[in-house]
Design a binder for this molecule. Sequence first.
Ligand SMILES: [Zn+2]
Length: 262
Amino acid sequence: MLRSLPRSGFVSLLFTLAALQAAPAASPSELLDALVAAYPDALARHDGEKLTWRDGTVMAVSDGRPDKPFRERLTNPSILDQMTPPYRTGRLAAPPALNDDPGRFRNEAFFKKMYGDCTKGEVQARMVPIVWLPKSWGKKVSVTSVNGIADKLKAVSDEIETLPPAIRKAAFPIAGVLACRPVADTGKMSMHGYGAAIDLNLEVSDYWLWTKKTDPIPYKNRMPQEIVDVFERHGFVWGGKWYHYDTMHFEYRPELIRSGAK
Ligand SMILES: [Zn+2]
C-alpha cells in the first residue's frame, strides 16, 4: 500500500502520522479551563494569571519560572506546573519515558486549601466511611467527602465488583488511604495526606523505590488494566503511568484526566 504512493504522497502521509502522534500541547489557558472545570465545588474562575476560588481566595497560577529543572518542579511546582506533563488514559503503549510523571507535581497550597491540613486535623474532619468491595472484601475505609470523592470511590468499588474474580483480587485488601506524611523522595505532602488517594493490594503492586537503583529505572506492573480503566473513568489517575511508578496508587486528579485528553 505504501509502496504504491507517489513520493510526495508518502511524505505527506508521514507528516500526517507524526502530527497524530504529537498532538499539540494544551495552552496554559486551556489547562486552567480544565482545572476550573474539574473542581466545580471549589473553583470559580481564572484569568490566565490568577485562580479564584468560590470563597474569594485568589492564587497565582505561575511562579514565573515554567522551565524549572525536574527536581525543583517536583518539590516546588506552581499550579500550572501540576497540569503537565499530560496524563493519557487507557492502556500504556510503552513504559513511561524518563521523568514522565503526570500527576506527581502537586502545588501544596492548592491541595491544602482544597482538602485541609492533616497536621491540624482538618482533613480528618471531612473523612467519611465507605465499604470497599462489599461482596468481595466488605471492610470500611475512610476517605474524604470533599469533591464527592467518597461517592466516586463507592462507584469505583461497585464497578470493580462486576469484574472477574482473578482481576478483582488486585483491588483488596486496601493497603491504605489516609496517611499524614510526605512522599518519600519529594518531602511534599502525598495525596494520602488529603484522604484523596487509595492504595490497593500490596501483593500485586510494584513501586520504583523497591527496585535496585539502576538507570533507567526498570518498569514493572502487575495491576490489571481493567481496574485502571474503572478509576480513570471516575477522575482518578494511576501511579503506574509514572516513570517513578507506584502501581498500587490511585489519586483523585480529574484536572489531569481532562487535560490528558488533549
Ligand atoms: Zn499511594
